[in-house]
Structures are given as C-alpha cells and as structure tokens.
Design a protein around this ligand. Structure first.
Ligand SMILES: Nc1nc2c(c(=O)[nH]1)N[C@H]1C(S)=C(S)[C@@H](COP(=O)(O)O)O[C@H]1N2
Ligand SMILES: [Mo]
Length: 320
C-alpha cells in the first residue's frame, strides 16, 4: 500500500488515528476553510465530511509537492464537488464505461515510473521522466468548473502547471500549429481496452497551439490537494475547462507537435457528435440532447450552461 507522503513534524497522534489520505484531506479542507469567506464555508465543511468518507488509495508522489498554493486568479461561484463523489464518477473508457466502477478497476495500472515522449516539429524532442519534468515547473492549485459533453458538471481543485511551461521548455518550431496527445496503450493493465477492442485505442486528443498555450490550459498531476488518484488520469492529464471533458485527455504518454489539425478519438468515432474544438456552448445542442443546462453531480441540481463554461474572458478572443 502506497499512501501519500506525510511530513514528519505533523502531529503524531492525529496521524496515527486516521488513515493518512483521509488526514491529508482534512488538513486540506481546514486550510480551505481558513482561507475562504463565510459564503464558502458550507462547501468547505461538506468537503471535510466527504474526505472522511473517502477511502481511495493514493499513488505515491514526490515529497513536498502537495498541497500546492491556490492561484486566486480563477475564482469559481460554485461550491467544490465533494471528493468522494468526483472520485467515483469517472469517464475513463480504458477501464470501463461504467462511471461508478472505474476507481475499482485501476489496480493493475502502473503509473510509476512514468515517461512522456515529446515528438514532431520541436527543437527538443525526446523521452522525459515525469519526475524530472516536475522539478522544472511550479505546481499550483486551480479550482475550475468541469463540464462533460454528457451534460454533467463538477467543480474541482486541480493541482498542476500550465501546459505552456512545458511547451516553452521543449520549443516547438514555427511550423507546429497543433499538438496531439496520446494516452497509454496497455490492454493488459486496462480491462476496458481488452473488452472494447472496437475503439481506436490508444485515446488521442488535440489542441491548436494557441489553445495549448492559453493560460487556462493545465497539465494536472493532483486533485483535492494531493496526488492524482488513478481514476482521474494519474499521473498526468490535461485540463481545458472551457471545453467539453473529452478534450481533457488522461494519463498522457506522448505529446506531438504537428502542422495540421489532427483527428481525435471521439471525432473519429462520431464526427457529427464530437467536434475537434468542443467549446462549451449552451446554444449548440448535441445531436441527441440539449446543452442548455447541466446537472451538478454533487447535488443533482440543474443549472444553466455557461458559454465557454464561464471562461469567455480568457478564451473568447481565440474564436472571433
Ligand atoms: N484517456 C482517456 N481520457 C479521458 C477519457 C477517457 O475515456 N480516456 N474520458 C474523457 C471524458 S469524456 C471526461 S468527461 C473526463 C472525465 O474526467 P474525470 O473522470 O476525472 O472526471 O476525462 C476525459 N479524458
Ligand atoms: Mo465527458
């Protein structure tokens, strides 16, 4: 069993009395309560209770990375989704299409060590160790709205760094106009890849360079103040909060810089239903359902969908 690292000087009795991951979560929510105004208190204490119920095992991480400082530039007018709900409602088809069972099917999935291949039109191609990459960036926390194309939504504190920080290090050539990303291809570790062989595995996604270098575009290695559990896309996944969730590719093993707009996993399967850009837009229905409102997975409440999922200020200018 590999739990998150705990600093040695933390109160010993408390640490012994509580499973370490739950303890970490309580500290995290206490901190969130201390920082937040009275309006956020309800969300924070609900989160605290949620953390007590959360019994997922955490992967090991480099010591000292979590929790990272929250970036206050991106406030969200919704309470955080309790962690135990987000951690048990996942889309990760490599394991299963049953959202409630993803977290129970990831035990064979090996995430350490992890390497990312950088390829294509780039000055510094190569195979990079994730641990080395992480030494060159500063992790921060961002609370983002997250909207699946299926019309459910959550509000989640990711820990990560801007994709731009990695792009600046590897230096794409001017010919590079798009990035294409790939998930692992390991049917022996992911039962859904084996049982659903008709999908065009491995999962692949893409962004234009201006999207990839936008300030909102995050590579996330953690969530809720700790390292990323496997069901959320450990050890590193994309988060593009103004786009439908399928763009936010999980467990990335390769990033390629290319000249032309790439195909994507969902676009290849159903081009009429899953657009390359996939920007959240309440006025454009999915061919089979409306996108005008969304269901919060925390409460079941239906709320109006926001244009660009509420991130028009940061990305509206990209689309004219
Ligand atoms: N590799 C991979 N990445 C993926 C998916 C997937 O099935 N495989 N599902 C996508 C979809 S449709 C959504 S909504 C989000 C879900 O992220 P979460 O489970 O962390 O909430 O992951 C996205 N990234
Ligand atoms: Mo999704």
């Amino acid at each position: 069993m590999a739990f998150v690292h705990i600093k040695k000087d933390w109160a010993l009795e408390d640490r012994l009395a509580t499973p370490e991951n739950v303890y970490m979560n309580r500290r995290y929510f206490m901190k969130a309560m201390g920082l937040a105004g009275a309006g956020a208190l309800i969300g924070a204490s609900a989160g605290c209770e949620a953390a007590e119920k959360l019994k997922v095992e955490m992967p090991e991480s480099m010591p000292g990375l979590y929790p990272a400082t929250r970036n206050a530039k991106y406030p969200v007018d919704r309470p955080l989704t309790p962690e135990h709900i987000a951690a048990r409602y996942n889309n990760f088809y490599e394991f299963t299409t049953d959202k409630g069972r993803v977290h129970r099917l990831t035990d064979k999935f090996v995430i350490n060590p992890w390497q990312i291949e950088i390829a294509g039109e780039v000055e510094n191609p190569g195979i990079y160790d994730l641990d080395d990459l992480l030494k060159k960036v500063t992790l921060e926390e961002r609370v983002y709205r997250f909207r699946c194309v299926e019309a459910w939504a959550m509000t989640v504190p990711w820990t990560g760094f801007p994709l731009k920080a990695l792009i600046d290090q590897v230096q794409p050539k001017s010919k590079a106009k798009y990035v294409r990303m790939f998930t692992f291809n390991r049917p022996e570790q992911a039962p859904g890849m084996k049982s659903q062989s008709w999908y065009p595995w491995p999962y692949f996604e893409g962004l234009s360079m201006v999207e990839a270098t936008n300030e909102l575009t995050l590579l996330a290695t953690g969530i809720y103040g700790h390292v990323m559990p496997k069901q959320h896309g450990a050890p590193i996944r994309l988060v593009t909060p103004w786009k439908y969730g399928y763009k936010s590719i999980k467990s990335i093993v390769k990033i390629e810089f290319i000249k032309r707009k790439p195909s994507t996993f969902w676009n290849k399967l159903a081009p009429d239903e899953y657009d390359f850009y996939a920007n959240v837009n309440p006025q454009v229905p999915h061919p089979r359902w409306s996108q005008a409102s969304e269901r919060l997975i925390s409460t079941g409440e239906r709320v109006p969908t926001k244009m660009y999922n509420g991130y028009g200020e940061q990305v509206g200018h990209l689309y004219g």
